[in-house]
Design a protein around this ligand. Structure first.
Ligand code: ZN
Length: 426
C-alpha cells in the first residue's frame, strides 16, 4: 500500500491498456449522460445559472484591449507576517479507474461544457456561506477524492453537501472527475474538475470566472490542453452578495468600496478554498495558477504576473512566467512581474497579495487577514489584458508560456508532453 498516485494510475492504465483504445464516441460539443449507478445523476446540459457576458472576439486583434469592463483592482492593506507553508504528504491512492464505473458519466467536449458551469449572478444573493464544520468535511472529502478516488463513502459525503460526482470523457480521449453542485442545495459553491491523467504538476483556478471575462473559457482550455491536474471554478460572481468580506484588501469592482464574501479569491469560507486546501495538502509541490483579467487601459502591460507577494526575487516563478510570456507574445505590450526589480508597469499593484489561495500557498499566518511575507513558488497570480483572454494568438501565447513554465513531469498527455500511457479508462 505504498503506491504513489502516479504509480497507481500507471498500473491501472497498463492493466486497462487493451480497453483504452475505444474512445467514447459522441458529438464533440454535446454532452450525453449515462446514468449507470448508485448515484442519481443530475440533469445534463442544464441551463447555466448565469449568462456570461458576450465572449471575447474570435480573432486576435493585437494588443488593443477589446473588453475594458473586467478589472481587478485589489490593493492590500495589511502588514506581511508569515512563516513557511505547512504541507503534508499525500495519502495512498486506490485505482484511478476502478471506482469510476459506479458514477454517472458525461461525454462530450469538456472545455465547451464547462462554459455552462453555474455561477450565481452579481447581486443575486446566490452565495450561501457553508459552516465551518461543513467546510472541513468538504476539504476532507475532496482530499479523499484526490488520493483514493470516488469511493462510495466520499461520493455519499459530498452528496450530503449538495455535490455530485461524475466522470467526464472527451470523444478525443482523456478522463476527468466533475464535482458540481446539484439540486436545491446549490449555494454558489463552484464546480471542480480533477484530471485523471495529468501531465503537469499544475492546477488552475478561476475565482472570477465570469467577471474577469474570458477566464472561464481560458482555464477550461488550459486544463485540457496543458494536462493540468485540476481546475477550480467559482460558483458565485464576486458581487453576488452584499455582505462584506472581513479579509484584508479592497476593491471597488462591486460599485461600492470593499470586498464581498462571495468573492472566492478574497474570502476563505467557501468550497473553492476548501478544494484548494485539499489540492495543496495532496500535492505540496504543485503549482497553482490563479487566472484573472484586468483593464489594461493605455498602460504598457499585456499581463502582470506575481508569486502572490511583492517581494523582489530574481528567481521567482513569476519572473520565469513573465519571461516565457514575453517570448511568445506578439505586439508592443508586454508582461511584467511584481517580483522583478526592473519591472514598473502601470498595473503593478495587481499582484494578488490579498488573494486568499495565494496566501495559503505562501504560508500566511491567517490567509484572510495577513499577507504572506515570502513566496513558496507554488502559486502564480496572472492578470491579463482582454486580448490575452481572447481566443487568438495572444491567448495561445499564454498557453505556451504556462507550458514552458511548468514542465511535463506526470504520465498524462499535455501540450509538449510525451504521454507514457493510454489516456482513458474503459
Ligand atoms: Zn480577478
Amino acid at each position: 500500500m505504498s503506491l504513489s498516485p502516479l504509480r497507481t494510475s500507471l498500473s491501472c492504465l497498463l492493466l486497462l491498456a487493451a480497453a483504452c483504445s475505444n474512445a467514447v464516441a459522441g458529438p464533440s460539443d454535446a454532452v450525453a449522460e449515462n446514468p449507470s449507478s448508485i448515484n442519481a445523476p443530475g440533469s445534463v446540459g442544464q441551463a447555466p445559472a448565469s449568462p456570461t457576458e458576450p465572449t471575447a472576439p474570435a480573432e486576435d486583434v493585437g494588443q488593443v484591449p477589446t473588453t475594458p469592463t473586467p478589472t481587478d483592482t485589489v490593493t492590500p492593506g495589511e502588514t506581511p507576517t508569515a512563516e513557511a507553508p505547512v504541507v503534508s504528504t499525500p495519502g495512498q491512492s486506490a485505482s484511478v479507474c476502478a471506482p469510476l464505473t459506479s458514477l454517472s458519466s458525461l461525454t462530450g467536449d469538456l472545455t465547451t461544457w464547462l462554459q455552462t458551469a453555474p455561477i450565481a449572478l452579481a447581486n443575486s444573493g446566490g452565495f450561501k456561506e457553508p459552516g465551518g464544520t461543513e467546510l472541513a468535511a468538504f476539504e476532507g472529502a475532496f482530499r479523499t477524492l484526490l488520493t483514493e478516488g470516488p469511493t462510495p463513502q466520499v461520493v455519499q459525503d459530498l452528496a450530503g453537501m449538495g455535490y455530485g460526482v461524475s466522470t467526464f470523457r472527451n470523444a478525443t480521449g482523456g478522463g476527468w472527475l466533475v464535482v458540481r453542485e446539484q439540486g436545491l442545495l446549490a449555494r454558489g459553491g463552484g464546480t471542480f474538475i480533477i484530471n485523471l491523467f495529468p501531465a503537469r504538476n499544475l492546477w488552475l483556478e478561476a475565482p472570477h470566472a465570469d467577471s474577469d471575462e474570458g477566464t472561464l473559457r481560458q482555464t477550461a482550455t488550459q486544463l485540457v490542453t496543458l494536462g493540468a491536474r485540476a481546475l477550480l471554478i467559482t460558483g458565485s460572481n464576486r458581487c453576488a452578495v452584499t455582505t462584506a468580506s472581513p479579509c484584508s484588501g479592497t476593491t471597488s469592482v462591486c460599485g461600492t468600496k470593499g470586498l464581498r464574501i462571495s468573492d472566492a479569491a478574497h474570502y476563505g469560507n467557501n468550497f473553492f478554498t476548501a478544494a484548494h486546501r485539499a489540492l495543496r495538502a495532496t500535492y505540496p509541490d504543485a503549482i497553482a495558477a490563479s487566472i484573472h483579467g484586468m483593464d489594461a487601459g493605455t498602460g504598457p502591460e499585456a499581463a502582470v504576473v506575481s508569486d502572490g507577494t511583492s517581494v523582489l526575487r530574481p528567481e521567482s516563478i513569476s519572473n520565469r512566467l513573465r519571461d516565457a510570456l514575453n517570448t511568445h507574445l506578439v505586439g508592443t505590450k508586454k508582461a511584467f512581474s511584481c517580483n522583478a526589480v526592473d519591472d514598473s508597469g502601470k498595473h503593478r499593484a495587481l499582484c494578488g497579495t490579498s488573494n486568499v489561495q495565494g496566501r495559503i500557498d505562501n504560508g500566511a499566518g491567517d490567509a484572510c487577514f495577513t499577507e504572506a511575507a515570502a513566496a513558496s513558488d507554488r502559486f502564480i497570480h496572472l492578470e491579463q489584458s482582454a486580448t490575452l483572454r481572447g481566443t487568438g494568438a495572444s491567448s495561445r501565447a499564454v498557453m505556451q508560456a504556462l507550458a514552458d513554465t511548468v514542465p511535463c513531469t506526470l504520465a498524462g498527455s499535455g501540450l509538449g508532453c510525451q504521454a507514457v500511457a493510454a489516456q482513458d479508462c474503459p
